[in-house]
Design a protein around this ligand. Sequence first.
Ligand code: ZN
Length: 216
Amino acid sequence: MFRLIQLQAQQGVPRIGVDPDGYGSERAALARYRETPTMFSGVGRFDAAGRLAEIIMDSACGSASGCSRPAAVVHADTFQRLCDTCAFGLSVLTLPELALRLGVAVRPAPVLAPSGRHAAPEESSPVGNRIAREFASHVDDPVWRMELCAELARTPSAINGLMIGVGALSHRAVLDHYPSLCALGTQLPSVVHADLVRATARPLSPAGVTALRLGL
Ligand SMILES: [Zn+2]
C-alpha cells in the first residue's frame, strides 16, 4: 500500500504526515503526487501491518525559486528537498542521513522525462549568466578576478555563475588555467570560501567540483 506523505519539521523534530488515500502501486501514488507536488514530499510504502516501511522522495528540487534541477539532499532543519546548487552554503542531510534521522529507508523517485516544468532556463540571474559566460576567457585576468570576488560578496546568487563557469571548463582548460584558478581560490570572499571548502565533502556536486578546481 502506498500513500502520499508530507515531511515537516516541528521545533526541529521531523514529523511525517500521511494522506488517507491509499494506492496499489508506487507508480499510481507517484502519478497522484505529481498532480500536486507542492503539497507533499513524496510517497510512503506501508507494510502489511500498516507501518511506514520506506519513503520515496520526489526527484525534483523543491526550492521556492521553481528550480528544475534534480534534488540531491534535504535541508537539515526544514527537510525541504534541494538540488546541489540551491543547497549551496546551507546545512543539509543526504538521503541516507535523513533515513537515519527518520528511522525509515529513503530513496529517490524515478526521474521524470523532460517536460515543460524541466524546460525552465537553467540560470535566471543576469550577473551569474555573465560570470558563467566570461569565466573561461577572463579567469587569467587579475582585475577581472578582483571584480568577480567583489560581485560574489555583493550578490550571493552569483555563485551559481561561478559554479557553471568552472564546471564548464575542460580538463585541459583546468590544467592550463590552474595557477589563475588557485589564485581565485585564495581571493574569494571568506563566506564563499568556507562554503566551498565544506562542499569538497561532496566532490561530485557542482560546488565540490568548483572547490577542487579552485585548489581548495
Ligand atoms: Zn534547486
